[in-house]
Design a protein around this ligand. Sequence first.
Ligand SMILES: Nc1ncnc2c1ncn2[C@@H]1O[C@H](COP(=O)(O)OP(=O)(O)OP(=O)(O)O)[C@@H](O)[C@H]1O
Ligand SMILES: [Mg+2]
Length: 412
Amino acid sequence: MAQKKNHSPTVVGLDIGTTKVSVVVGEINPDGEIKIVGVGNHPSHGLKRGVVVNIEKTVESIKNAIEEAEHMSGHEINEVIVGIAGGHIKGMNGHGMVTLREKEVTQKDIERVIESANALLIPAEREIIHAIAQEYTVDRERGIHDPIGIHGLKLEADVHIITGDVTAARNIIKCIETSGTSSVDMVLEQIASSEAVLTQDEKEIGVAMIDFGGGTCDIAAFMNGSLKYTESITLGGDHLDRDIAFGLSIPLPEARKLKENHGVATLKPDEQPSDERIEVRSASGHVPKNILKRDLATIIQLRMEEIFMLIRKELLKQGIIGMLPAGVVLTGGSSKIKEMTTLVEQVLDMPARIGIPRDVTGLTDIITDPIYSTGVGLVKYASLNEGLGVPAGVLKQKNVFTKMKGWFNEFF
Ligand SMILES: Nc1ncnc2c1ncn2[C@@H]1O[C@H](COP(=O)(O)OP(=O)(O)OP(=O)(O)O)[C@@H](O)[C@H]1O
Ligand SMILES: [Mg+2]
């Protein structure tokens, strides 16, 4: 964590994204309020579809983003909570069961029942990133969220288990270590983003959070207050850039700029296609091109429809599409394309809103942006799950450290 004398304990989130690496420094006040005191952001060139493919370039981006965040916050950063994402991540639901030795549920029983769910499902070449209890059953009493102290003979748990490719996880750790800091926990990026943008009510009612970034679309669905489904689709804003560059014969950086400044995901039903043109540099670099805004919109709409039809198919396959009355919350940089919610509401046939980091204070003028949802969410996750109101460094608690240690030992 970050260290600075006479300050509240701090946690640092490191989001290694496909297009940018961002670092978010949060101070945790004794009452649990999170104040964002530093942010670092640097373009990322070492990832493909959410996965590190070039250590050197990634290390360079991490170093730059950390330096910026240290400078802004005045904290020295020694430890971070890092996000993990990509197509290698698999989420599945398991079930565990144990007999109660003390005839009353203890913390130890909770650990045992979650472990028993893990043991059934995990292939040897994968590593568990999270095992999150959804609900417990004590004897025949179902739907219990906090079973400690309840009397009974048998404890069961429904558990959402998230596993990832060991190599992808180790490469992240290697990048962090090489950049001169260390990681105390690794958190699935959509869990972090959900922490930043969703309300507890939405999680209770039923909601899907979609973090639409540069290289991936990361999904997390919650029902009855618990995480029920996670999925990652390896399509993102980068694919839109390529479609636009290819379709309009313009260079990639021009395509990205065009998308960010003039792109729309779809036309509103009552809107006429525009004849307006925009002048951009052509691929040859000689004569500028006049692009019809309508052509740009068509290219974006086609790709968007493909991505959200794919998501619709996944949600249908999982049988959860009708169980999300709170609809969809979109975040990540690509959610900033105009009329995103209109398109998503049309394709998924449920309400949609844009999610930005909420319930934090401090540098809100910077972090009130969907690109910071993962970074801020990592800070919130750490403060809620491990480090709330405790001095920096205490995050090295047993469960967290055991998980990371396994990967370190194998790697070094
Ligand atoms: N105003 C905008 N309109 C459209 N797209 C935008 C806008 N601003 C940013 N983007 C796009 O958002 C994407 C980057 O989003 P984000 O920072 O969430 O991705 P990332 O975290 O780096 O990637 P990933 O999470 O997929 O690994 C880029 O494709 C960028 O072009
Ligand atoms: Mg991201």
